[in-house]
Write a protein that binds this ligand. Sequence first.
Ligand SMILES: NC(=O)c1ccc[n+]([C@@H]2O[C@H](COP(=O)([O-])OP(=O)(O)OC[C@H]3O[C@@H](n4cnc5c(N)ncnc54)[C@H](O)[C@@H]3O)[C@@H](O)[C@H]2O)c1
Ligand SMILES: *[C@@H]1O[C@H](CO)[C@@H](O)[C@H](O)[C@H]1NC(C)=O
Length: 298
Amino acid sequence: MNVIFEFILVLLNIGFSCLENFISLFIPPKRKDITNEIALVTGGGHGIGREMALELATNGAKVILWDINTEGVKETAAEINQNGGFARAYKCDVSNVDEVNQTAAKVKQEVGDVTMLLNNAGILYGLNLMRLTDEQIKRIWNVNCLAHFWTVRAFLPKMIENNHGHILTLASASAISGTAFLVDYSATKWAVDGFTDALDEEIDKLGCDGVHTTTVYPLFVNTGMTWYPRDRFGRVFEPREVAEAAIDGMLRNRHYVHVPRINSFTRAMGGFLPKKAYRALKKYCDLGIDLQVKNKDD
Ligand SMILES: NC(=O)c1ccc[n+]([C@@H]2O[C@H](COP(=O)([O-])OP(=O)(O)OC[C@H]3O[C@@H](n4cnc5c(N)ncnc54)[C@H](O)[C@@H]3O)[C@@H](O)[C@H]2O)c1
Ligand SMILES: *[C@@H]1O[C@H](CO)[C@@H](O)[C@H](O)[C@H]1NC(C)=O
């Protein structure tokens, strides 16, 4: 095909996609029906993961919960089952590839093929780079980043085969702007952002238009993960709010969910403002965290 003609098609595509995106701000695309889906939430025993599981169950999906916190997942599952939903809890450390593969096989046998994978389990230390131990650095990469490789590789093949599925990734606002005392954490979240972005293109290249990805970027959430958040104009969000926004975005096949929504704009600004200007703006908003040690003079 002629290069000029192709370019005109691309321009039309850009125009159409921007228009579609703009309209979807006011008239959101319909939420998909998930009553026949099997949704797996990692870290479903507490916080955002627990609330996402409840929200998925409310919308009719069968829910699988994985966590190292066995009490937490049992409680989440019990709550869903008592309310007439379907949930099964499993103990699984997502940073351990053997455990992931074995538990995935168990889930397949006991419940069926997972069609929605929500990679949510995560940890945060909140220390400056030199205060972290080597072991902590390895641990955070294993849990926040490598685990996504293990779980996705366990469930993606069936999704591709059936051209049906969805992978949701919990990134963080610190994946769109690197944050002091979160050097390790920001790096892992930046990595999983890149992971899903590249994976989404790979799925597209396979022609699988029925497999979707959603990445979620929350700012501070009241789960106990960050002790000393700083935000001059914002507030700390409740896990329920973040879960509702995440699942809503997922059901509308949105690629990105920012909480608060203004952060999609913040991200764009980071792309074109000079570093100095962006830093000044961030300082003005007093956005970040304090060192997460009980006694700051330690
Ligand atoms: N809380 C925040 O301020 C905030 C902000 C942005 C992003 N996030 C991200 O959201 C996700 C959920 O965070 P949260 O605040 O609900 O945390 P949380 O600590 O309340 O819950 C996380 C759950 O993951 C589980 N978990 C930890 N390591 C695990 C492992 N190796 N295998 C299996 N399960 C494991 C924990 O037991 C816990 O139940 C994380 O990925 C986090 O990085 C949180
Ligand atoms: C885990 O599963 C993946 C995907 O099936 C496989 O390629 C990998 O070899 C397995 N790893 C282990 C340690 O079992």
